[in-house]
Design a protein around this ligand. Structure first.
Ligand code: 5AD
Ligand code: FES
Length: 347
């Protein structure tokens, strides 16, 4: 089959074989990518209209016990300037976000044991008490099932945990032995079973990624049926073992976004900050390829540069209000509009 026929097949059957996915990733042309984008954007317009959901991201700690080879805040990076926000600081970020029109907050951190589950539950309850009409998303990495349950009971609505790669051998090339794909997938299953709107995802162009491993990712995403998929290009960080690895491809990232949208029409799909980092109009291109979410940073400007998972991250010098204004202008320039909404998954 031609790539165009494969894209049509995906659109009608919502599934492809592994070899078909691999063919697409290995051989797609610019015309194939644009064809997928047109279909994907048509689907997103049908499901969400011209409306884009905003999530306010609060990066509250860059301490991490893990040592993922790709990540700038890995525990072995002695050069990372570590910080932790207090409960009051986190709440202030959310208050400011609410003023700016956000109804959805993402609390993200490294795997930092300094915040006990009890403490985190208190923070979730406090946000929910102040902003009962808003959604709280957590992105705290791998935790025991009982902690996931306690945080859900405290009021958290969603959880983001990228699977990173669905190929076991590839997973082992990106992470130290203490981390396993099996555990990651177990966490994802647990999160979904508890009732969280659950997000998985992977980097595009991660070191040692191949058309075949990317094909595995698509098969996994299809089977898991996540409510959200976070995917952006790999960008090397100078103080990691992968510092000399090439950056992920802009075009492949856009193609993947489009194919995910075609496969899972209702999924919440952000145009990521990483995509905006490798191209000045990356986030706009992501939306035009089928994304329907933006996640501007609400973290205090004083700590933004320190949450550097990769190099040259955008928006680290901007006040939250400035980013929101900038994004609204950018959305308007392509005919879209940010909406004041929780932006829940529509089951
Ligand atoms: N480039 C792009 N994305 C990265 N992430 C971590 N390090 C990098 C990097 N160097 C992504 C991972 C992680 C998410 C929070 O950020 O996929 O799950
Ligand atoms: Fe942050 Fe444009 S979105 S400056």
């Amino acid at each position: 089959m031609t790539n165009r026929e494969l894209i049509d097949k995906l659109n009608t059957e919502k599934a492809l074989q592994k070899s078909e996915w691999a063919q697409l990733f290995a051989t797609f042309s610019e015309a194939d990518r644009l064809y997928a984008a047109e279909l994907a954007r048509g689907i997103a317009d049908k499901v969400f209209g011209k409306k884009i959901y905003l999530r306010g991201l609060v990066e509250f700690s860059n301490y991490c016990k893990n040592d993922c080879y790709y990540c700038g805040i890995r525990c072995s990076n002695q050069k990372a300037q570590r910080y932790r926000l207090s409960e009051e600081e986190i709440l202030r970020c959310c208050d400011e976000g609410r003023e700016l029109g956000f109804m959805s907050f993402v609390l993200q951190s490294g795997e930092d044991r300094a915040y006990s589950t009890e403490k985190l539950c208190g923070i979730v309850r406090a946000i929910k008490a102040r902003h009962p009409d808003c959604a709280v998303t957590l992105s705290l990495g791998e935790l025991p099932a009982e902690d996931y349950r306690a945080l859900y009971k405290a009021g958290a609505d969603r959880y983001l945990l990228r699977h990173e790669t669905a190929d076991e051998a590839h997973y082992a090339k990106l992470h130290p032995q203490s981390m396993t794909l099996q555990n990651r997938l177990e966490c994802l299953k647990t999160l979904k079973a508890i009732g969280y709107q659950t997000g998985c995802g992977m980097m595009i162009g991660a070191p040692y990624q191949t058309p075949e491993t990317l094909a595995e990712d698509m098969l996994f995403i299809k089977a898991f049926e996540p409510h959200m998929v976070g995917t952006g290009p790999f960008i090397p960080h100078p103080d990691t073992p992968f510092k000399d690895m090439p950056q992920g491809s802009f075009e492949t990232t856009l193609l993947v976004l489009s194919l995910i949208r075609i496969m899972l029409p209702k999924t919440l799909l952000p145009a990521t900050t990483a995509l905006g980092t490798i191209h000045p109009l990356g986030r706009e291109a992501g939306i035009q390829a089928g994304a329907n979410v933006l996640m501007p940073n609400l973290s205090p400007v004083a700590v933004r540069e320190k949450y550097a998972l990769y190099e040259n991250k955008i928006c680290t010098g901007e006040e939250s209000a400035q980013c929101v204004h900038c994004l609204k202008t950018r959305l308007a320039s392509i005919g879209y509009e940010a909406v004041e909404s929780r932006g829940d998954y529509q089951y």
